[in-house]
Design a protein around this ligand. Structure first.
Ligand code: ATP
Ligand code: MG
Length: 425
């Protein structure tokens, strides 16, 4: 036997049991997003590398060391998308749906980052993302945060904390930057290699360091909050008011700068203490300058992305109950006459909106009942010579083993009663 090939490190197969949990989260998220008027957009997984350098920022972890970039056969520099915002803005400019318009959009799909794989951190991971364009006022920031809160409620999740900060405008960030550089210069001896490199080029990024040894120096650094311009301060205050009115508890975290350069004013993260080091389940903020930075006419914007793997893991830890996708009934076919009629019978039941798994490939009663058990169906429908002759079916309840015979003409009504589903699609 030749050696079996394994999946790429950090890229996971999601097996059917796990997929059912994902489908539940995805379906719930879709409902919540649609309840706020957000519409789906589907974007390519590959973009030109330059798009990410120009939007995420060339001195961020993502662009410096995490991107899957390659040259394609025609020599173009391309990258597997590490996040969704850049592509969404690119699409908006290209298709002309941003200028002077309000757009509320969402997307879902895989993202790729060459990170060190560990629990909650993978090389292919999945996000549900939201981007809203054309609204400058903090009611929008409040809306997207309230939408997150509704999603947690709809999923039955508790214990998520909203961390909130304001990065102000680009101008006030520059003033803050000089003070920050002065501070970190005075602490040079305590800075790690990454931070020393960032000190000249992008000192705010030091605040985003994940190095535990750096956390004390970072905690004592001057706070951006004290440098906010008046308009940004007013924006932040109003956002706080909206959230309090909505009953959403806020933790202001002045060190929250986020891993991407394009944010302005509001930034936020939803975190949990149940997932160890990978504590952020959702992150986002406002990025009023990005559309222009990518070559479009200026348009304010805000958005967030939910990390699906972390969210699903959190659901699993809480012992979530999700509806499976198992069939309502399994059709057991015994003998030639039954096999002849079986596929057609199963089709009639499916026409009535039922989920039916039909035995294929023959087999004795015992083997077929084993398959029926494994299918997850609660009922087995037995069709043998007698049943064919009488136009009946024997129904076996696979949980308690009871059995009864009914006319085929009554089968659909009975199955609709017996299964919680069975609504005609
Ligand atoms: P972290 O600080 O954990 O590295 P990030 O700030 O890089 O996260 P974002 O780019 O804001 O993350 O992405 C939004 C969300 O996507 C995160 O809050 C997280 O839930 C999820 N996420 C990010 N990177 C990964 C990854 N490598 N594996 C799994 N989920 C991820
Ligand atoms: Mg990261």
């Amino acid at each position: 036997m030749s050696k079996a090939i394994q999946a790429v490190r950090g890229m996971n197969d999601l097996l059917p049991d796990v997929c059912e949990r994902w489908q539940h989260v995805e379906a719930t998220a879709r409902e919540v997003l649609h309840a706020y008027g957000y519409r789906e957009i589907r974007l390519p997984v590959i973009e030109k590398s330059e798009l990410f350098a120009r939007s995420i920022g060339s001195l961020t972890d993502i662009v410096e060391k995490e991107m899957y970039s390659f040259e394609d056969r025609s020599g173009e520099n391309l990258t597997l998308r590490p996040e969704g915002t850049a592509g969404c803005v690119r699409a908006g400019i290209e298709n002309g749906f941003l200028h002077n318009q309000i757009q509320r959009l969402w997307y879902a799909g895989p993202m790729f980052r060459h990170e060190r794989p560990q629990k909650g951190r993978y090389r292919q991971f999945h996000q549900i993302g939201v981007e809203a364009f054309g609204i400058e006022s903090p009611d929008l920031d409040a809306e997207i945060i309230m939408m997150c809160a509704r999603l947690w409620r709809a999923l039955g999740l508790d214990g998520l904390t909203l961390q909130l900060n304001s990065l102000g405008t680009l101008e006030c960030r520059m003033a803050y930057r000089s003070e920050l550089v002065r501070y970190f210069e005075s602490q040079r001896g305590k800075l790690d290699e990454d931070s020393l490199r960032r000190l000249d080029k992008n000192p705010l990024r030091i605040l985003d360091s994940k190095n535990p040894a750096m956390q004390d120096v970072i905690a004592a650094a001057p706070s951006l909050m004290e440098h906010l311009d008046d308009a940004s301060r007013a924006h932040f205050t109003k956002l706080g008011d909206y959230l309090r009115q909505a009953g959403i508890a806020i933790t202001i975290n002045p060190r929250l700068v986020r891993g991407l350069d394009y944010y302005t004013r509001t930034v936020f993260e939803w975190t949990t203490d149940r997932l160890g080091a990978q504590s952020a389940v959702c992150a986002g903020g406002r990025y009023d300058g990005l559309v222009e930075q990518l070559g479009g006419k200026p348009a304010p914007a805000a958005g967030f992305a939910v990390g699906m793997e972390r969210l699903v893991e959190l659901m699993a830890l809480q012992g979530d109950k999700h509806p499976g996708t198992h069939p309502d009934a399994f059709v057991v076919l015994l003998g030639e006459a039954a096999e002849k009629q079986g596929l057609a019978l199963a089709e009639r039941l499916r026409n009535a909106g039922l989920r039916i798994e039909c035995n294929c490939g023959g087999g004795g009663l015992k083997a077929q009942l084993k398959r029926a058990d494994r299918s997850g169906a609660r009922l087995a429908l037995l069709l043998g010579d007698d049943e064919v002759r009488n136009a009946s079916v024997t129904i076996k309840d696979l949980r308690d083993g009871t059995q009864r015979s009914i006319a085929q003409s009554e089968l659909i009504d009975l199955l609709h009663k017996e299964t919680s589903r069975g609504i005609t699609p």
